[in-house]
Design a binder for this molecule. Structure first.
Ligand SMILES: [Zn+2]
Ligand SMILES: [Zn+2]
Length: 274
């Protein structure tokens, strides 16, 4: 199969997961008065045009964290809400590095989905960055999306909970391949606990990656046990009861890894406490 455009999945009423060729999955939440775009993909497609074909409402852009695969398309937009701890990552956005990331993903395309645009579109804007903080609410009219701080994968990682669909949009904060090292494991544990403290507000967890390598069948949420497994592993590392094996964690480099119940947590053994 050859795929030239992203697939759009309505995972709940007026709640869309946009699978951008299996590389990253922005989300679009549409209320009665405004919409909210969460993340912007790797930047190899006109996401702005796609969003505006789905809704005519005004919308804000929020970013889960400053990694290239989530902000590659940010230059299509004039402003975005980002936690200040990740501003520097956004301001030093490195298009050639992201292009290498895309090239590294291509061999994993067992689904034949990566016949997609491979060039990162030049940034039209250096977007104005607006602060994002724990508890910040986006009132879309008839539904509210709340941002929660979940540092760990990056210092400024944020997750979002929509009160209408009861979906947690977790970026890279609580998935089956949790890459730490940008912060200590102790910090990541606090971030995961913050998500857990709001678990009564959501039923499903959609991460920023719907399916690895363009696996188009995976337009489904992560099971609730993913968050608990991430928590248990990080708790064990901090307590000193779990020790990872050193291995190559792909784009995260050499890391200690623990694999448990289908979840891999990779971390820097020099950065456990503090
Ligand atoms: Zn990331
Ligand atoms: Zn990611």
């Amino acid at each position: 199969m050859s795929l030239k455009v992203p697939t759009v999945h309505e995972v709940s009423y007026k709640t869309y997961m946009i699978n951008m060729f299996g590389m990253q999955s922005p989300s679009l939440v549409v209320g009665e008065e405004r919409a909210l775009l969460i993340d912007t993909g790797v930047g190899n497609y006109d996401l702005k045009g796609l969003v505006e074909s789905i809704t005519a409402l005004p919308y804000d852009v929020v970013i889960t964290h400053g990694h290239g695969d989530h902000i590659g398309g940010l230059g299509q937009f004039s402003q975005a809400y980002v936690h200040p701890a990740d501003w520097q990552a956004v301001e030093t956005f490195d298009a050639p590095f992201l292009a290498q990331y895309i090239q590294r993903m291509l061999p994993h395309d067992t689904w034949g989905c990566f016949d997609c645009p491979q060039e990162i579109m030049p940034w039209q804007y250096r977007p104005q960055l607006l602060p994002l903080e724990d508890g910040q609410v986006f009132d879309l009219g008839g539904r509210r999306v709340t941002a929660y701080a979940a540092p760990g994968h990056t210092p400024g990682e944020m997750v979002f909970v929509d009160d209408r669909s009861r979906i947690l949009f977790s970026g890279d904060a609580a998935n089956c391949n949790l890459g730490l090292g940008a912060t200590t494991v102790e910090t990541a544990l606090a971030g995961l606990r913050n998500i857990k403290s709001h678990e009564a507000e959501f039923d499903r967890n959609f991460t920023g990656h719907l399916g690895w390598a363009g696996n188009l069948e995976r337009a489904v949420s992560e099971g609730p046990e993913i968050l608990d497994t991430c928590l248990a592993i990080c708790q064990g590392i901090v307590d000193g009861t779990r020790h990872g094996e050193e291995m190559d964690a792909g784009i995260f480099g050499r890391r200690c890894c623990i694999i448990d119940h289908g979840v891999r947590v990779s971390y820097d053994p020099q950065k456990v406490h503090g």
